[in-house]
Design a protein around this ligand. Structure first.
Ligand code: 5GP
Ligand code: ZN
Length: 137
Protein backbone atom coordinates (compact mmCIF):
# COMPACT_ATOMS: atom_id res chain seq x y z
CA UNK A 1 0.00 0.00 0.00
CA UNK A 2 1.87 3.06 -1.26
CA UNK A 3 -0.06 5.59 0.85
CA UNK A 4 0.01 3.62 4.11
CA UNK A 5 2.25 5.12 6.79
CA UNK A 6 2.83 1.77 8.52
CA UNK A 7 3.76 0.09 5.21
CA UNK A 8 6.30 2.91 4.74
CA UNK A 9 7.68 2.29 8.26
CA UNK A 10 7.88 -1.46 7.53
CA UNK A 11 9.70 -0.72 4.25
CA UNK A 12 12.17 1.53 6.11
CA UNK A 13 11.06 4.62 4.18
CA UNK A 14 10.00 6.34 7.45
CA UNK A 15 12.18 5.93 10.53
CA UNK A 16 10.89 4.19 13.64
CA UNK A 17 12.24 2.95 16.97
CA UNK A 18 12.18 -0.79 16.46
CA UNK A 19 11.69 -3.10 19.42
CA UNK A 20 11.37 -6.36 17.46
CA UNK A 21 11.42 -7.48 13.85
CA UNK A 22 11.14 -10.77 11.99
CA UNK A 23 9.98 -11.89 8.53
CA UNK A 24 6.29 -11.27 9.30
CA UNK A 25 6.07 -8.71 12.10
CA UNK A 26 7.63 -5.42 13.17
CA UNK A 27 7.10 -3.88 16.62
CA UNK A 28 7.90 -0.20 17.15
CA UNK A 29 7.48 2.50 19.76
CA UNK A 30 4.31 4.54 19.32
CA UNK A 31 5.26 8.10 18.38
CA UNK A 32 2.46 9.56 20.58
CA UNK A 33 2.52 7.07 23.46
CA UNK A 34 -0.22 6.63 26.05
CA UNK A 35 2.60 5.75 28.45
CA UNK A 36 6.37 5.28 28.31
CA UNK A 37 7.10 2.02 26.52
CA UNK A 38 3.86 2.01 24.47
CA UNK A 39 4.59 -0.38 21.59
CA UNK A 40 2.60 -1.04 18.43
CA UNK A 41 2.90 -4.41 16.72
CA UNK A 42 2.57 -4.31 12.93
CA UNK A 43 1.96 -7.36 10.72
CA UNK A 44 4.15 -6.79 7.65
CA UNK A 45 1.44 -7.77 5.16
CA UNK A 46 -0.94 -4.85 4.73
CA UNK A 47 -4.47 -5.41 6.01
CA UNK A 48 -6.64 -2.51 7.07
CA UNK A 49 -8.29 -4.18 10.03
CA UNK A 50 -9.47 -7.40 11.68
CA UNK A 51 -12.02 -7.91 8.89
CA UNK A 52 -9.25 -8.07 6.26
CA UNK A 53 -6.32 -9.77 7.96
CA UNK A 54 -5.57 -13.49 7.57
CA UNK A 55 -5.67 -15.74 10.64
CA UNK A 56 -2.00 -16.57 10.07
CA UNK A 57 -0.84 -12.97 9.96
CA UNK A 58 -2.94 -11.99 12.99
CA UNK A 59 -1.76 -15.00 14.99
CA UNK A 60 1.88 -14.08 14.42
CA UNK A 61 1.25 -10.49 15.53
CA UNK A 62 -0.62 -11.60 18.66
CA UNK A 63 2.24 -13.91 19.65
CA UNK A 64 4.68 -11.02 19.28
CA UNK A 65 2.38 -8.78 21.37
CA UNK A 66 2.52 -11.42 24.13
CA UNK A 67 6.33 -11.35 24.09
CA UNK A 68 6.37 -7.54 24.09
CA UNK A 69 4.04 -7.52 27.12
CA UNK A 70 6.47 -9.76 29.01
CA UNK A 71 9.38 -7.50 28.03
CA UNK A 72 7.51 -4.39 29.21
CA UNK A 73 6.76 -6.04 32.55
CA UNK A 74 10.45 -6.85 32.93
CA UNK A 75 11.61 -3.42 31.76
CA UNK A 76 9.26 -1.21 33.78
CA UNK A 77 8.04 -3.58 36.51
CA UNK A 78 4.56 -2.35 35.56
CA UNK A 79 1.48 -3.53 37.45
CA UNK A 80 -0.38 -4.49 34.27
CA UNK A 81 -0.37 -4.31 30.48
CA UNK A 82 -3.17 -3.47 28.04
CA UNK A 83 -3.11 -5.31 24.72
CA UNK A 84 -5.70 -3.74 22.46
CA UNK A 85 -6.54 -3.18 18.85
CA UNK A 86 -8.99 -0.76 17.18
CA UNK A 87 -11.08 -1.49 14.06
CA UNK A 88 -12.80 1.37 12.25
CA UNK A 89 -12.97 5.07 12.95
CA UNK A 90 -15.92 4.57 15.33
CA UNK A 91 -13.72 2.29 17.44
CA UNK A 92 -10.85 4.78 17.55
CA UNK A 93 -8.74 3.50 14.64
CA UNK A 94 -6.71 6.29 13.05
CA UNK A 95 -4.17 4.31 11.00
CA UNK A 96 -5.80 1.80 8.69
CA UNK A 97 -3.09 -0.86 8.76
CA UNK A 98 -3.97 -3.32 11.51
CA UNK A 99 -1.79 -2.92 14.59
CA UNK A 100 -1.84 -4.09 18.19
CA UNK A 101 -1.15 -1.67 21.02
CA UNK A 102 0.84 -2.94 24.01
CA UNK A 103 0.72 -0.42 26.85
CA UNK A 104 2.39 -0.65 30.27
CA UNK A 105 -0.01 0.19 33.12
CA UNK A 106 0.55 1.29 36.71
CA UNK A 107 -1.93 1.47 39.58
CA UNK A 108 -3.37 4.99 39.62
CA UNK A 109 -1.94 6.01 36.23
CA UNK A 110 -3.85 8.43 34.00
CA UNK A 111 -4.05 6.21 30.88
CA UNK A 112 -7.63 5.93 29.67
CA UNK A 113 -8.76 2.85 27.74
CA UNK A 114 -11.93 1.95 29.65
CA UNK A 115 -15.69 2.11 29.23
CA UNK A 116 -18.61 2.68 31.59
CA UNK A 117 -20.20 -0.68 32.39
CA UNK A 118 -23.91 -0.82 31.51
CA UNK A 119 -26.77 -2.48 33.39
CA UNK A 120 -27.11 -6.26 32.95
CA UNK A 121 -29.36 -6.69 29.86
CA UNK A 122 -32.59 -8.71 30.11
CA UNK A 123 -32.15 -10.08 26.57
CA UNK A 124 -28.74 -11.74 26.87
CA UNK A 125 -29.92 -15.09 25.48
CA UNK A 126 -31.33 -13.42 22.34
CA UNK A 127 -28.21 -11.33 21.91
CA UNK A 128 -25.96 -14.38 22.17
CA UNK A 129 -28.19 -16.27 19.70
CA UNK A 130 -28.14 -13.37 17.21
CA UNK A 131 -24.34 -13.31 17.24
CA UNK A 132 -24.06 -17.14 17.10
CA UNK A 133 -26.25 -17.13 13.97
CA UNK A 134 -23.62 -15.04 12.15
CA UNK A 135 -20.50 -16.81 13.40
CA UNK A 136 -18.33 -18.33 10.69
CA UNK A 137 -15.90 -20.74 12.29
P1 5GP B 1 -5.03 3.68 16.28
O1 5GP B 1 -5.65 4.96 16.79
O2 5GP B 1 -5.22 3.53 14.80
O3 5GP B 1 -5.42 2.45 17.05
O4 5GP B 1 -3.48 3.84 16.57
C1 5GP B 1 -2.60 4.47 15.70
C2 5GP B 1 -1.34 4.72 16.49
O5 5GP B 1 -0.28 4.94 15.61
C3 5GP B 1 -1.46 5.96 17.39
O6 5GP B 1 -1.24 5.57 18.75
C4 5GP B 1 -0.38 6.88 16.86
O7 5GP B 1 0.28 7.58 17.88
C5 5GP B 1 0.57 5.92 16.14
N1 5GP B 1 1.25 6.52 14.99
C6 5GP B 1 0.71 7.26 14.00
N2 5GP B 1 1.66 7.63 13.10
C7 5GP B 1 2.81 7.09 13.56
C8 5GP B 1 4.15 7.11 13.06
O8 5GP B 1 4.46 7.71 12.03
N3 5GP B 1 5.09 6.44 13.77
C9 5GP B 1 4.78 5.76 14.93
N4 5GP B 1 5.78 5.14 15.56
N5 5GP B 1 3.54 5.72 15.43
C10 5GP B 1 2.56 6.38 14.75
ZN1 ZN C 1 -0.05 -0.74 5.36
Amino acid sequence: MSDCIFCKIIAGEIPSSTVYEDEDVKAILDVNPAAKGHVIVLPKTHAADVFEISDESLSKAVCVAKKIAAALKKTYNCDGVNILQNNGEAAGQTVFHLHIHVIPRFKGDTVSVGWKPGEMPSDMAETAEAIRANLEV
